[in-house]
Design a protein around this ligand. Structure first.
Ligand code: PLP
Length: 398
């Protein structure tokens, strides 16, 4: 029998207070959105679900800033990457991609499997896609053999945001008809994004970052040009095929079982985003990113992103000084302060930690996050200057 008078803990597994989930996705979910999903699952071919689905399919367009269709898959972002490729391109098609970090490299891996001929422009994982290179490469392609340009808007592994509007101008300057494919999984509803104005042909999205939802939904926002390309694409596709989706969606239905409860959640997360107002959402993310960068600079640490024009407002990746291990620091912070930070992926493993400041987030949550980082730096014996947190707090209280 357990001795209830013992002062020994029964186990050490309980951690009081809220866990700080400050990885750059999955992100914190508003209680309102959690409550909206805590509801019986209904018939996905019945009238009640059709009404919800039609409302969601209509209003999600506001988030992508488009009037064109948005496809919603039950699936992770990786599936929507594949969908963008198999619905528009053919084996052997030439495409242009940029090595901005781990996520662009993973998209490249998928493109290779579908036997695209890829010009993968190498990068240092500290900068975004270069509009000048796009313009030059497309101008040189006089025969218009390049069928698509692929860019990850916010490279979640590095905290670098490529300039999607400027890259669009580069394609226009070259007067090139290539399709424009953009991954917005960690920028949508955090950093301003304009599918229609920037004439993007396929925008890839995911539910678990700025969209305030759990993992499980992914998106293809598509243009009429992408739909034309779909007619001529002969890549094998079934689950990801746009055609049966678009046909069924007209009436609020799906060719297979949609993630019904995540639709309730998405309906509510769209309410939340529209209530705050998208411009205010973007301004809040910029303010928290600015405050974070002030703290990092005051600590005397280096931000991985080299070009201030490309700073991400979703997350900040921070380099630890040579000879120190970012993963050891993350462990100290998790064990002592119950906060998860993002790890360095692949080429930058152990060299950086990533502070997610996107999604359902406010000033005091940021204050707690930065306090946890500063205490963790001290406890780990990493050389740094104290007071970054005060710099951030002064900025936030101006
Ligand atoms: C998270 C993320 C992905 C991967 O999405 P999954 O849902 O894990 O498949 C792809 N691209 C970017 C930019 C991301 O942040």
């Amino acid at each position: 029998m357990i001795n209830i008078y013992s002062l020994m803990p029964i186990s050490n597994s309980f951690k009081p207070g809220k866990h700080f989930l400050q990885i750059p996705g999955p992100t914190n979910i508003p209680d309102r959105v959690l409550r909206a999903m805590d509801y019986p699952t209904i018939d996905h071919r019945g009238p009640e679900f059709a009404e919800i689905a039609k409302r969601v399919l209509d209003r999600i367009k506001l988030i992508f800033k488009t009037k064109e269709p948005v496809i919603i898959y039950p699936g992770s972002g990786t599936g929507a990457w594949e969908a963008a490729i198999v619905n528009t391109l053919n084996e052997g098609d030439k495409v242009l991609m940029f090595e901005t970090g781990q996520f662009s490299s993973l998209w490249w891996e998928i493109a290779k499997k579908f036997k695209l001929q890829i010009d993968f422009v190498p990068g240092d994982w500290r900068t975004g896609a270069d509009p000048q290179i796009i313009e030059q490469k497309l101008k040189e392609d006089k025969k218009h053999e390049i069928k698509a340009v692929f860019i990850v808007h916010n490279e979640t592994s590095t905290g670098v945001a490529s300039r999607i509007g400027e890259c669009r101008k580069a394609i226009d300057n070259a007067k090139h008809p290539a399709l424009y494919m953009v991954d917005t999984i960690s920028s949508l509803a955090s950093i301003d994004y304009k599918h229609e104005e920037w004439k993007v042909d396929v925008t890839v999205g995911g539910s678990q970052k700025g969209l305030l939802l759990p993992p499980g939904l992914s998106f293809n926002a598509i243009s009429s040009k992408a739909l034309e390309a779909h007619k001529n694409s002969n890549q094998p596709k079934s689950y990801w095929d746009w055609e049966p989706m678009l046909k069924n969606n007209v009436n609020g239905f799906f060719p297979y079982t949609p993630a019904t409860n995540l639709f309730y959640g998405l309906d509510e997360s769209i309410n939340v985003l529209l209530e705050e107002g998208l411009d205010n959402v973007f301004a809040r993310h910029k303010r928290h990113a600015d405050a974070t960068r002030l703290a990092v600079k005051a600590w005397g640490l280096e931000i991985l992103c080299k070009n201030p024009d490309e700073y991400s407002n979703s997350l900040t990746a921070v380099l630890v000084p040579d000879g120190h291990d970012a993963d050891a620091l993350r462990k100290v912070i998790l064990d002592n302060y119950n906060m998860s930070l993002g790890m360095g992926l692949n080429k930058i493993k152990g060299k950086v930690f990533r502070i997610g400041h996107l999604g359902d987030f406010n000033d005091l949550m940021l204050a707690g996050t930065l306090a946890g980082v500063e205490m963790g730096l001290k406890k780990s014996g990493i050389p740094f200057k104290e007071g970054g947190i005060m710099k951030a707090l002064n900025y936030l209280s101006q």
